[in-house]
Design a protein around this ligand. Sequence first.
Ligand code: C2E
Ligand code: MG
Ligand code: MG
Length: 812
Amino acid sequence: MAHNDSMIAATASTHWWHGILARSLLAMAGIALLMGMVSSLFVGSMVSERVQTQALLKLNELLDTVESTVSIACFTNDEGLANEVAQGLLRNSEVRRVVIRGTEYEIAHIARKGLGAYTGEAVELRQVKSPFKANDIIGTVQVEIDQQVIDARVTQEVRFAYILMIGVLLLVILATGGSMFIFIVRPIKQTSDRMHDLDVTTGEALPIPQGHRSSEIGRLVEDVNQLTGRLVETLDQERDLRQRQEIAQRKYHDLFDNSSAGIFVARSDGRIESCNRAFVELTWLAVSNTEDDSLVGHHQQRRLGEAQWHNPQALLAMIVISLLEGSTQEDDFQLDGRRGDTRWLHVTVLPLGDGSVQGTVSDVTQIKRDQLSARRLAVTDSLTSFANREGLNQAYAHLDDKTPPFTLVRIDFDGIRQITEALGVPVGDRALLNVANRLRAAMETDDFVARISGTKFALVLVGAFDQQVIAHRINVLTEHLAQPYPSLDDDRSVPVVLGVRVGAACFPQDGSELQLLLRRAELALANVPLDSLACVFFDPAQEAAVEHRRRLEDDLRVAVATGELALYCQPIVDLNKGRVVGGEALLRWHHPLHGAISPEIFVPMAEQIGLIADLGRWVLKEACSRIAHWRNDGLNLYVSVNVSVRQIPDGLTPGMVADALEQYGLGAEVLALEITESLLMNDVSIAQEWVSSLREMGVRIYMDDFGTGYSSLSYLKRFSLDTVKVDRTFVRDMNDNNSDLALVRAIITMAKGMGLSVVAEGIETAAQLQLLRQSDCGFGQGNYFSPAVPLGQFSSVAMRINEELARQPASS
Ligand code: C2E
Ligand code: MG
Ligand code: MG
């Protein structure tokens, strides 16, 4: 603003001769002077030439006038006449000498007084002709011109011309100056004066001088007005911008000062150019509060490396990379405090373009701790504190080439699931904790245990011992684990016995990948004989068996689809009456390659691969169709059909059974369904409902393989069954006086007490038959009578048995 004022003052004090008018007049005067000088040259010579010519013309006219008189004077040599003529010519002011010459001599010679001798210069010569003969030259007239007279005349005329010219030029200058003043200088001056008092910030505009609306001055004023308008606008914008910048700067300053994140600007060598308080606090750079204050702001003394970073080089390297790549870089850095505490800081740096970086620092200690515990949690089993499957994976991933041989042992506990189901999750967890504690106690320093799921544990035994030593160690461990556990349930003080199964795979011979080793140890575990505590080591034959089984499963699918399976029937004999009363439907599979395959192999297989429901319904229909057949033949036989647990309740609903019976016009009394005690391992209420629905329909329900499972007679009561089938293993091992016979007898007695019939399975010998008859067993079934035969042969086999039995005395 001061600058503008001084400019205006300078303009105001300008001298008048600096003005346009003065300059223009000066320029015009100069031009006029130059023109006068140039034109004076022309004017002088022109005037002189014109005066000379006029003088000569006049002389010639005079000579013409006196020509005839001179001719007579020459012809007559009349000097008097000649002198008269000469006198007459001399009266002209320009003539100063006249000489008339006859043929022989001068007849007149007159000159002005004081004139010197005749020089012959500036002479006008006229020849005089004879008055009689025009061609005869009889004399001459010489007239000497007075150059001074001519020059004086020239001077006079030139002066006049000059005066005229100067006058005209002065007039032109005056007229031009006046016009300029009126039309240019005055309006400009007015506008200029007005401009000095103008306050453009109020939106005031310059007035256009009168009469100049469409002149250059008018346009100039309009342009100036527009320009000032734009200027004011720009100034306003600039002011706004400046204000906003100032506000933003204040804000950023506040942000910088009060930010809880540490902010710093540092050079590539770690020199701190500036930083805020939070940075000083976070990095523990200040020793005292006063120093804390002195560090904040701008300084070049401190370096990033002064803080107690665990890895200051990495921080500096990150800054250098950020500067080199021109990109933002970030990482977490650990820092030691003065009191032995440690802190994690997340540092982000971005290049500022002047060789320095701007960095932000935030405390991520808690996040780091959380991450650490989350990572720990992710790899730890919360119940046992052992590693979980992920933990095992990670521990395994850290093994290197120098890893010594080790054995991966898979341990499974049977019974914990049942405990959990029966007594609740807390009791089940307590069982697992007991197990884990025993495992932990048995571990050696280098061993590693993981709970990989539910009741499954993996144990890594490190060391290059041979298989026998490992087997011994595992056996000791297994025995230990199999010992009864103290009561888990406060209400019952019964020690708990858990089933333990152990399989092992050895690194490196059984594989180097963890998943492979786990799979192979699992496979070995699956091969542990029932109720055995022996550890089974992986053997490639186990894999072959699995493969064989897989192929067999495929073949079974095909067999079911193509009707490769056949239904046989084994007679059931009323031991009292000595006649066949029905038969048990038994599936047979003759494999094109492997021959006869036992239902004990393929039925569980069908259960596992989800074929059992279809298969079961087919068996039921086949059985019903056969019974209907027999009915037509007048045979009153029933069929008992095996029902697998997996078929209950949806695979073979009471509705389906009713449909099958109805389809062949049969009553429910011709059908018995054999279920096993394993049914009780699942939801008992569902099984109960299924059984009672069928019982209400009149279908008989047999409890198959009785005595091999967990069930008790009390369960039988709840299920309202018809018959129990004593498992063939008891019948097989029965002899005169042993526990099996006692057991069979006890079953028969109790069953009878509950109003149930008894079928003894697997009778192979007459002795067994006799013992059973003596034990008052109602029904029997076994190869002694007949193995299972194709359905088509059953009626004749039944007749043969009836005949044979009729021949035998009832006591045999
Ligand atoms: P199960 O229901 O206990 O059938 C009786 C088994 O004892 C039959 O074995 C039969 O052949 C066999 N057996 C009968 N008498 C004797 C004997 O005197 N000595 C010997 N050593 N064995 C005898 P199989 O046919 O091998 O069937 C085995 C099991 O397969 C059956 O046991 C049954 O649980 C199951 N099964 C057979 N067919 C079917 C079926 O259609 N559906 C279902 N779910 N299971 C079936
Ligand atoms: Mg059966
Ligand atoms: Mg059986």
